[in-house]
Design a protein around this ligand. Structure first.
Ligand SMILES: Nc1ncnc2c1ncn2[C@@H]1O[C@H](COP(=O)(O)OP(=O)(O)OP(=O)(O)O)[C@@H](O)[C@H]1O
Ligand SMILES: [Mg+2]
Length: 269
């Protein structure tokens, strides 16, 4: 990369779907860029087009017009150098934690033997040493989501795409996996696009929080979070943290969205 080209570039991306009642426009003339190594969180009302945006970057859906570029090249099919994590861990129930992580090597036809050590290390990094041979139904929701995260990272992707990965977890588990994600991220500083319903989660994790408008999604605000790292759970009580959260709530307020509470209906604190 020559530095002039943004690492990720959404260039007037529009995505519409044919629906029963006519056309549904999910994204409209959406333009934004992300620098390499940046941790960007996307928040926005339900149904506004967040998942569509992530799938367009992953190359799993094609824009109706406009283009998504990664390192200067238009995304035209599934992005091989990406890791994706969805809301549900999507583990195969008949495979152990380790085997689920190694699935990534299998589908990519990489040597399993070569990746086994890395898989074990990743599991250990997220506190799952000793659980390698457990099956998903023997793991808690938080542990399953950690396995899913390890699977997404096994091939050392240069970009990590996460679609509400912690949405189904209880508040305490969620705090823990956020810390795990932060420490993994601090080790490698990969580019991350992280979708969440939780303003607190976005502020806690991200370098930048992008607020999307109701559908069709356009960028309503783009807020830089200048807080030092590593961030700690106790930082959520800091005035600085609260100020960011309030600033983003106000942006939701300007969009006419109920703003006295987290648009997800809470879940934290
Ligand atoms: N494959 C599809 N076919 C038809 N319509 C779709 C399709 N995918 C998304 N949509 C529509 O596009 C809009 C945006 O959907 P999307 O899933 O991107 O929203 P979202 O912001 O991720 O919502 P949520 O917060 O509930 O996950 C919605 O109106 C949805 O119904
Ligand atoms: Mg979604």
């Amino acid at each position: 990369m020559d530095g002039a080209e943004p690492y990720v570039d959404f260039d007037r991306v529009e995505k519409s779907f044919r629906a029963k009642g006519g056309k549904v426009v999910a994204l409209e003339a959406l333009s934004m860029s992300i620098d390499q190594g940046e941790f960007v969180a996307i928040v926005g009302p339900s149904g506004c087009g967040k998942s569509t945006l992530l799938l367009a970057l992953a190359g799993l859906t094609t824009p109706t017009s406009g283009a998504v570029r990664l390192e200067g090249a238009t995304v035209a099919g599934p992005v091989v150098d990406a890791g994706v994590v969805f809301q549900n861990a999507e583990l195969l129930p008949w495979r152990t934690a380790l085997e689920n992580v190694l699935l990534q090597a299998e589908v990519r036809k990489l040597s399993k033997a070569e990746y086994t050590e890395r898989a074990r290390q990743l599991l250990a990094d997220v506190g799952l040493a000793g659980f390698e041979d457990h099956y998903p139904d023997e793991l808690s929701g938080g542990m399953q989501q950690r396995v899913s995260l390890c699977r997404a990272l096994l091939h050392d992707p240069s970009i990590l795409l996460m679609d509400e990965p912690f949405g189904a977890l209880d508040a305490i588990t969620r705090d823990q996996v956020q810390m795990d994600l932060q420490s993994l991220w601090l080790k490698s500083r990969r580019t991350v696009l992280f979708i969440t319903h939780s303003i607190e989660e976005a502020v806690f994790l991200a370098d930048r929080v992008i607020v999307l408008s109701p559908r069709p999604a356009t960028i309503a605000a783009d807020i830089r979070v200048d807080m030092s790292r590593p961030r700690h759970v106790s930082d959520r009580g800091a005035a600085e943290f609260t100020a960011y959260v309030n600033e983003i709530r106000e942006e939701f307020g300007k969009l006419g969205i109920f703003s006295d509470r987290d648009p997800a209906g809470g879940g934290e604190e």
